[in-house]
Design a protein around this ligand. Structure first.
Ligand SMILES: Cc1cc2nc3c(=O)[nH]c(=O)nc-3n(C[C@H](O)[C@H](O)[C@H](O)COP(=O)(O)OP(=O)(O)OC[C@H]3O[C@@H](n4cnc5c(N)ncnc54)[C@H](O)[C@@H]3O)c2cc1C
Length: 308
């Protein structure tokens, strides 16, 4: 029986793991991988204390930091996916993984973050990995010298466009709204590139292709006309969905399945369960915020455990 089970190895889970070690709470951190969503980023420029770090290096730094402090207080179980979490009659929690492992703990911190929202139009699934991709840093170089499109006008969309501009012949970013959600500095950087094109207020409605993607169809929402764009690659950055399926029915979720939390202490609707970072209903999703949430939760878990 652990004091605390931390589910997730992104910034929120790792921050909580480091604090658990420092506070001598017997913890187990279960995660599919260490690093979290921005591990695929070419360069993160707002992780406080560093001017620029690649996502891969940030993930390594997380692991190094946790390894340096964990001693025999924090156990690391990576490569494991939690598939169910239940409260037992005794008031403790039991989690099961896909491989059949079980973890029991007095308290649980949900730090399971979020995953990519898939493009839900005809052809998108058929051409996944045949031109439709969700990872620019993984697949971008395959599209050197080609015309490609990015779907999504948030930071991830513009960051993806910037990465692709390094080798693609042209990058067309398609955004369904008139206004962008991305930071102005990122928008300006991408817009200034001669090979960058932006189509606003447009809804992608189909992916076309034969063996591989040859283009896409979109509706220009200003004129209601359906138009075609010839591209060989389609990079989807259409937002994220929270990794909360294993707590459905246990804790209260909002309409888009994010865990409802008290922002003062990260408590959820269930005594003994906390949540931090992108799996929660907080408004802003960033590495620094996720790490701060993890710290806040662990401070509260520590006091709660000491009172038990
Ligand atoms: C491409 C990209 C670039 C970004 N760039 C920036 C940036 O420059 N700056 C910035 O501040 N933010 C950036 N973000 C956002 C930032 O990455 C997130 O806000 C942050 O990672 C959230 O951290 P988290 O700990 O809540 O969850 P995540 O990072 O999502 O980590 C979730 C963790 O939980 C694990 N997990 C999930 N489900 C389970 C399960 N069932 N069982 C076990 N483990 C599970 C995962 O393996 C992972 O370890 C970027 C995001 C993306 C996608």
């Amino acid at each position: 029986m652990y004091d605390v089970l931390i589910i997730g190895g992104g910034p929120s889970g790792i921050a909580a793991g480091v604090y658990a070690a420092r506070k001598q709470l017997r913890a187990v951190l279960v995660a599919e991988e260490i690093g979290g969503q921005s591990s695929v980023s070419e360069g993160i420029e707002n992780w406080i204390g560093t001017t620029k770090i690649s996502g891969a290096d940030l993930a390594k730094a997380f692991k190094t930091h946790l390894d340096a402090v964990k001693n025999d207080i924090v156990t690391l179980a990576t490569g494991e996916r939690i598939v169910s979490l239940a409260k037992t009659d005794g008031g403790t929690f039991l989690a099961k993984t896909k491989t059949g492992k079980e973890f029991s703990a007095k308290a649980v911190l949900l730090a399971s973050g979020a995953g990519r929202r898939k493009l839900d139009v005809p052809g998108a699934q058929k051409f996944e990995n045949k031109g439709v991709t969700y990872c620019a840093s993984c697949d971008g170089p395959l599209f050197g010298g080609m015309d490609v499109a990015v779907i999504g006008g948030g930071n991830a969309g513009f960051e993806t466009a910037l990465q692709l501009l390094a080798y693609a012949k042209s990058v067309t970013l398609i955004h369904r709204h008139q206004e962008f959600k991305a930071d102005p500095v990122t928008i300006e950087k991408a817009s200034a590139h001669p090979n960058m094109r932006i189509i606003r207020h447009a809804e992608t409605v189909a992916v076309m292709g034969e063996q591989f993607v040859t283009g896409l169809k979109y509706v220009d929402k200003n004129s209601n006309e359906t138009k075609e764009l010839a591209v060989s690659g389609l990079f989807v950055e259409a937002g994220v969905i929270p990794n909360t399926e294993f707590v459905e029915g246990l804790v209260e979720l909002d309409a888009v399945k994010r865990v409802k939390t008290d922002p003062r202490n990260q408590r959820t609707s269930v005594e003994g369960v906390w949540a931090a970072g992108d799996c929660t209903d907080e408004l802003y999703h960033q590495n620094n915020i996720a790490a701060g949430d993890g710290v806040k939760a662990l401070e509260d878990i520590y006091l709660w455990i000491k009172k038990q």
